[in-house]
Every structure is written in structure tokens, then in C-alpha cells.
Design a protein around this ligand. Structure first.
Ligand SMILES: *Cc1c(COP(=O)(O)O)cnc(C)c1O
Length: 373
């Protein structure tokens, strides 16, 4: 057993000022959506090149409302990747549409843009690209294909806030862009999300889909003209988000420094397959090597845990989950995603980590890998 404190694969950094501001909200008498949500939306909007942004109670709710705003429903298909958090595909089913998966690129581990066009049919209405681990999908190629086939794009940027493409922050360009502020994401509100809206979508409609379809009038009356759900963010959560937002650039920079150290320290002789060494675009949401063939992942994770180090798995290929198998998908459908999903590990990487923590992880891997092969 390790005598050092447990090192999780991620941990949020919340400063005392943020904690004090949450207390202020709790004392204020207004704890659900109010001035803090508006201020948080304004901060995100300024970051996203003054595009309209609306906050949600989760990234999943954000994606679902984006699909509704894009008028995706029964009879439509939506193209996405099988290597993502299952939320990305679940929301497609939730609105009554059918997911169509395209295998991943073995290098980026994002949707393979060389195979994307072949999956487009007359039923295809939208594409949901995912920036896995914070490495952006090539936006130039993606939007060239979407434009050619007149498809909507809902960027699942749950993991890529703080990342950029061609020097522009993710969120500042494109069609719909969906963020998540789950506790493990680079910026957290505990739970939460936000949607960047394209110019042809009415933000007021987005707000109605977020809250029971209610439209309020100055005389106190109201109407409901569309079926909306309940996915507004609270001011308690927004206060956390505002406090986090001040540190976003610094968090991203720190993650880059730590990721660089992994590249420096991990001996190529170990046979790990490392992610692309992208220090331009990626926000290094996660650092994910693939274990060499033959290594027992369960045994590896258990041995790391014994040494006080948390290792995550993000994610198994989702078409092999029971729900998706029942819908007809099977092993062999997307071999690259299946291989990556079976070999991927998420090593500790978060802003409060020290260089010594990275050293400790790398030393443990060097000890353990030969024992688990
Ligand atoms: C986290 C995540 C989501 C869902 O966000 P929640 O806030 O947990 O609902 C969706 N897609 C991806 C790729 C994610 O990582």
C-alpha cells in the first residue's frame, strides 16, 4: 500500500473566493436561476465571440435541447462517434431520432472524417462531433462536409472548453456548440452545461425549451406554446462557474505543462500508444495512453490503485452497451473504436497536480506494466 495521499485521475480546483460567493448566493434569498446565471451566460458569451449562450443543468440537457432546436426528430438520423460518453448517443434516441456511428481515426480517436461522407443519406439531418479528451475535431474539414450536404452540426464540446481551432476558442465559431460543466470537466459548476446558439436560432425559444415552454408577459400572465423540459441552471451552480471561469486560461496552461511532462517521462520502450502531442489546440481534458496489447487493464488499474493512483476508463465503445446491442449493433461494427475503448486508460491530470505527481504516476507505470502483461 502507498503511504502517499491518494491521487485521483481528476479533481476540481475551487478557490476560497468561489466558496464565499456560493455562500453569498445561499444567503441572498435567490438560489435558483437569477442574476448569477445571467452573469455566467454573459461571461461565456464574451468568451465565445459575443455569440448567444444559454446555461443548462447538464451537458446532456444542453445537447438534447440543441437537437430540438435543430428540428431533429423521428425519421431523422444523426451521425456521431461510438467513442464518447454515452450521453452523446442517448440524446439522439431521446428525441426519437436514430444514431449512425462512424468509426474513429486511430490517431486522433475522434470521428474519422475520411469515412464521414459515406455515412450521409437522405435521412441525415445533423452531425454531432465530439472533441474527445479536449482534442478538437478538424473544424475546417467538418464544416466543409456539413455545408456540402446541408447538415446541422451540434458540436459536443463537453470536453473542449478552453481548446481552440486555428487560434479561435472552441465555441466562438460554428453552428450549435454544447459544453458540460460536470464535476470532472475542465470548468465545473458541479453539474451544468451551456449552449452556444447559431444566428438563425431564437434564444427565447431556447429558453422556453429549457423551462416548460413558458413565455411570460409584463402583466404577470403567461403562455405555453411549445413543450419544454426542466433544465435550467441554479444561481448556486452559476456562482461556481463564474469563479471557475476566471481561472480557465490558467487551468488550460497548467494541464498543458503536465501533459508535456507525461510525454517527456513515459519511456517509449513501455509500448504505450500516446495521444497526439497537440499543444496548440487541445485543452488536455484527459491524458489517455493506450495500453500495449496483452496487458490486463483490470489488473493494471488495480495495481495502480494499490499504489494510491486513480486510473479511469473513458470510454468503452458505446455501441457494445446492452441498450445499443439490443438496437442491432454488434462487436466488429467499429473495430478502431472497439480497440481503443478496450485499451484506453485515463491517467491523473488536473490543474492542482504537481510535477512530482506526474513523476510518481510514471514511476508506478514503469514498475507495474511488466507485471500485468
Ligand atoms: C460529460 C459529457 C457529456 C454530458 O455532460 P453532463 O453534464 O454529464 O450531462 C456529453 N458528452 C461528452 C463527450 C461528455 O464528456
Amino acid at each position: 500500500m502507498s503511504t502517499q495521499p491518494f491521487l485521483p485521475f481528476t479533481r476540481p480546483s475551487i478557490d476560497e473566493e468561489t466558496i464565499a460567493d456560493v455562500a453569498n448566493v445561499l444567503r441572498s434569498g435567490w438560489i435558483t436561476s437569477g442574476p448569477k446565471v445571467q452573469a455566467f451566460e454573459a461571461a461565456l458569451s464574451a468568451y465565445c465571440g459575443d455569440r448567444p449562450v444559454r446555461a443548462f443543468s447538464s451537458g446532456t440537457a444542453t445537447l438534447e435541447v440543441a437537437l430540438r432546436l435543430a428540428k431533429v426528430g423521428a425519421g431523422d438520423t444523426v451521425i456521431t462517434t461510438p467513442l464518447t460518453w454515452v450521453a452523446t448517443a442517448n440524446v439522439i434516441l431521446e428525441v426519437g431520432a436514430t444514431p449512425v456511428f462512424v468509426d474513429i481515426d486511430p490517431v486522433t480517436r475522434n470521428i474519422d472524417l475520411d469515412q464521414l461522407e459515406d455515412a450521409i443519406t437522405a435521412e441525415t439531418r445533423a452531425i454531432i462531433p465530439v472533441d474527445l479528451a479536449g482534442l478538437p475535431v478538424d473544424r475546417d474539414r467538418l464544416y466543409a462536409i456539413a455545408g456540402k450536404h446541408n447538415l446541422r452540426v451540434i458540436e459536443d464540446a463537453a470536453q473542449s472548453l478552453g481548446a481552440s481551432w486555428n487560434g479561435s476558442p472552441i465555441g466562438s465559431t460554428g453552428d450549435f456548440v454544447s459544453f458540460s460543466f460536470h464535476a470532472n470537466k475542465n470548468l465545473t459548476t458541479g453539474e451544468g452545461g451551456a449552449l452556444v446558439l447559431p444566428a438563425d436560432v431564437d434564444p427565447a425559444l431556447c429558453e422556453r425549451l429549457r423551462l416548460q415552454g413558458v413565455k411570460r408577459f409584463p402583466d404577470g400572465g403567461m403562455d405555453v406554446d411549445v413543450l419544454g423540459g426542466k433544465s435550467n441552471l441554479t444561481d448556486i451552480a452559476a456562482a461556481i462557474g463564474l469563479g471557475q471561469f476566471k481561472h480557465l486560461a490558467e487551468f488550460t496552461e497548467r494541464r498543458r505543462v503536465l501533459a508535456r511532462r507525461y510525454f517527456e517521462l513515459l519511456d517509449p520502450a513501455l509500448g504505450l500508444e500516446l495521444p497526439p502531442a497537440d499543444f496548440e489546440n487541445s485543452n488536455w481534458h484527459m491524458f489517455q495512453p493506450l495500453l500495449p496489447d496483452g496487458v490486463d487493464r483490470g489488473a493494471f488499474i488495480a495495481a495502480m490503485k494499490e499504489r494510491g493512483i486513480g486510473v479511469g476508463v473513458h470510454y468503452p465503445a458505446l455501441h457494445l452497451f446492452s441498450l445499443y446491442r439490443k438496437l442491432g449493433w454488434q462487436p466488429g461494427d467499429f473495430p478502431v473504436a472497439e480497440r481503443v475503448g478496450a485499451r484506453t486508460i485515463t491517467l491523473p491530470l488536473f490543474p492542482a497536480m504537481s510535477e512530482a505527481d506526474v513523476d510518481r504516476v510514471c514511476a508506478a507505470i514503469e514498475q507495474i506494466l511488466p507485471l500485468t502483461t
